[in-house]
Design a protein around this ligand. Structure first.
Ligand code: TRP
Length: 330
């Protein structure tokens, strides 16, 4: 049976090198094989924690253009925006009605949010945050996805999706496919400027879509130790080296390692890192420039994607409504 791979991209912030290495690059690779793929911009997920409409709007655009610039082919992949497919919202409600509250109580993301509260466990918790996994289940089940690439942080959500689908199938009719995870065994924790995980919340990111000047400036800020040129350096436990490994082949990695042992200066090491990252980003940057100047391109692409996705979603939601009794009065 042909696989149907589906994944959602929460549209918050602007993409950085960590997103590129951890999510965009592997997903674009995955989408270029023969399976069917569905990639969507999870903009309804993005409003759970962000009420700044301008940043929501900009982020959808930045992220969509980033994925397309990185080689996602909208002819091969159904690429759409979640909010363009309102049937997902209908399914979300229907699934809410078969989802046990107790199941949601156990969600790690929700528990982590309540754990920050001292007296009132509900402080700052919206229903959106609480029922987030149900929306994710609707995203996945709507399209009969067979496979969902997940990081460890999303694994529990996928298990919940399977639970919810099984519950629906048991109560009504087996309409939903239980999705399998695609787990990346060497999950990448990409270090940021200060060596901690690259993350917008640590303010330690290297942007993906900036100019080469900006890239250079970011790389110059990467924290190293104070060893002098000529002193042998340890490539393990070094942010520069860790980042280099994500862009280099085996020979280049070996060569860089030797340079460390021979006492390369941090300035030279940063130049080498800059050159290899810049070479990979050059074509991406130039495609981004083209796309951003073409006003209609993104709307056309997302319009096409929405059309494809909606056709399937409408068919599915009809069947779902039928089995739950929301049909034409006869
Ligand atoms: N929750 C996912 C994340 O934060 C994004 C997402 C939303 C998703 N819906 C999905 C991922 C459906 C896979 C399938 O990364």
């Amino acid at each position: 049976m042909k696989k149907r791979i589906l994944t959602g991209i929460t549209t918050t912030g602007t993409p950085h090198i960590g997103n590129y290495i951890g999510a965009i690059r592997p997903a674009v690779e995955l989408s270029s094989n023969n399976d069917e793929s569905f990639f969507f911009l999870a903009d309804y997920h993005s409003i759970i924690k962000n009420q700044d409409s301008l940043s929501i709007k900009e982020s959808v655009k930045d992220i969509a253009l980033a994925w397309l610039s990185c080689g996602l082919d909208p002819k091969k992949t159904c690429f759409y925006r979640q909010s363009d497919v309102p049937e997902i919202m209908e399914l979300t409600w229907i699934l809410n009605c078969v989802t046990a509250k107790g199941l949601m109580n156990r969600a790690h993301a929700y528990k982590a949010a309540t754990a920050l509260n001292d007296n009132d466990p509900d402080k700052g918790i919206t229903m959106g945050l609480f029922s987030y996994p149900v929306l994710m289940a609707a995203d996945i089940l709507m399209f009969d996805s067979t496979h969902v690439p997940v990081g460890s942080d999303q694994m529990q959500h996928l298990e919940m999706t399977r639970d919810i689908a099984a519950r629906f199938n048991h109560l009504y009719k087996p309409l939903f496919t239980l999705p399998e995870p695609i787990i990346d065994n060497d999950e990448k924790v990409v270090p940021g400027l200060d060596g901690r995980k690259m993350s917008k919340s640590y303010n330690n990111v290297i942007p993906l879509l900036g100019s080469d000047k900006k890239l250079k400036k970011s790389i110059m800020k990467i924290v190293t130790n104070s060893l002098e040129p000529g002193e042998p350096k340890n490539p393990n436990d070094c942010t520069l080296f860790e980042l280099y490994k994500y862009f280099a082949n085996a020979d280049e990695i070996n060569e860089f390692k030797n340079a460390y042992e021979e006492g390369i200066s941090w300035g030279d090491a940063k130049d080498i890192l800059f050159n290899i990252i810049n070479a990979e980003l050059l074509p991406i940057r130039s495609k981004y420039e083209d796309l951003i100047n073409d006003q209609d391109y993104l709307n056309d692409v997302l319009g096409e994607g929405a059309k494809k996705a909606r056709t399937l979603a409408q068919e599915k939601i009809e069947k779902v409504k039928e089995v739950i009794g929301l049909t034409k009065i006869s």
